[in-house]
Design a protein around this ligand. Sequence first.
Ligand SMILES: Nc1nc2c(ncn2[C@@H]2O[C@H](COP(=O)(O)OP(=O)(O)OP(=O)(O)O)[C@@H](O)[C@H]2O)c(=O)[nH]1
Ligand SMILES: [Mg+2]
Length: 288
Amino acid sequence: MIFCAFRADAMFVRKDCKDRIVINSDDSGVLVLVVHFYLMLNISKLRKSSDLRIIVFGISGSGVSSTGNTILGYHTFKTGTAFSAVTTSCTIETTKRLDKRLTIVDTPGFPVGMDENRLDETFHNLRHAVKMLEPGPNIFLLVVSVERFTEDHNFMVRCLQQLQDISKFTIVAFNRVDCLQEAKSTTMKHINNSETLGELLQLSSRRFVLFDNTTTDEMQVKTLFEMANDLIRKNHNSILTEGTFSGNAINQVNAVVNKRQEEWKNAMNVYGAKPSLLQRICRMCNIL
Ligand SMILES: Nc1nc2c(ncn2[C@@H]2O[C@H](COP(=O)(O)OP(=O)(O)OP(=O)(O)O)[C@@H](O)[C@H]2O)c(=O)[nH]1
Ligand SMILES: [Mg+2]
């Protein structure tokens, strides 16, 4: 670029009446400035592309905010157990971590139970998270407890499968490994061989890490960063856009929601007439 600019016999970038760029030879100082700004812009672009910009997401209550805190190395996102979700809006935090400029957006999680009406809100939050992480997130970290994989998880995976490109950016963080008795290597083997986790792992192209949010051990964060670096390189620094969580994607997610409601309705038709075990116990005990 510098070579070309000097060869072009000059200096100042302006447009002539034919709208071509004309360079005059008498403003060498300005050219130096132009080249300088050009390089600065590109260095800053390069630096931004190697930054880690992560959306943390998962089933509400599964440890989304705690995982964000562990990655940051300090507690900033609100965590805890409550009857309702602790995180109710997106929160952003930036820091320098293990020689990386790291920015994380903590999100309200995927709604549990039959609360499909809240899905609109969930996708609104995800679009907001993308905007907050300007120029855009390069990692979508899906937090899943290693202890259990429920119908809610299945439903979440089915919804996320509808989002174009999401699997290009997804890494699964299995947390609560401290709650297991087995060694990490055994857990990894179980995960890799699990049929139940098949679709989830397909969503992340089998990329996953193990997390224990009760420890400050940096090794798990290093492992995640290495995986993230490889992924960012593989994706040629591309980013998730708001489009992933809007437009046609929403229609497809709604189709999944409708299908699920249909399945539940059918199940009710089959079993609804018969009293549930709980109803029978209540009747026997004269509670109702
Ligand atoms: N033992 C153990 N507990 C964890 C781990 N990760 C999270 N927790 C606990 O799980 C509970 C919920 O964690 P949060 O991080 O608040 O979960 P969340 O998904 O952000 O929840 P909401 O914001 O309410 O949707 C907290 O009490 C955490 O301390 C883990 O790896 N091990
Ligand atoms: Mg939270």
